[in-house]
Write a protein that binds this ligand. Structure first.
Ligand code: 5GP
Ligand code: ZN
Length: 113
């Protein structure tokens, strides 16, 4: 998508602090961290919602979920971490390219923001 921030980051048109990349996904530091350690895992395919995934999108998302645990040491996630996928308005989704928040580096409560 031409006007998507994460597609622009993927193409290198917007700078980011990229900590991991392969053919299906990338992991960048969130520009406005909501935890001491906050990354975004972004599948390379552009799709907005889990309900809209194509088969190829599913392959990419599964790859994300299998790869994150392999990077625990590299990303400093050893103490535990939380994965969040915001879906739509009530969740406050602000970038409409599906992504997984990786939150860590501190104890986390359970209060919706
Ligand atoms: P959402 O609200 O859609 O679940 O999450 C979007 C996230 O993207 C937010 O945490 C926001 O801080 C982050 N974000 C928005 N624009 C940029 C950007 O240009 N670079 C980076 N690294 N993160 C961004
Ligand atoms: Zn996109």
């Amino acid at each position: 998508m031409d006007d998507c921030i994460f597609c622009k980051i993927r193409k290198g048109e917007i700078p980011s602090e990229k900590v991991y990349e392969d053919d299906k996904m990338m992991i960048i530091k969130d520009i406005d961290p909501k935890a001491k350690n906050h990354f975004l895992c972004i599948p390379k395919n552009h799709f907005k919602l889990l309900s809209q995934m194509t088969e190829d999108d599913e392959i990419q998302l599964k790859h994300c979920l299998k790869t994150i645990p392999k990077l625990e040491k590299e990303l400093g996630l050893e103490g535990g971490y939380r994965l969040v996928i915001n879906q739509g308005d009530n969740a406050g989704q602000s970038v409409f390219h599906l992504h997984i928040h990786i939150l860590s580096g501190q104890k986390m409560g359970w209060t919706p923001a």
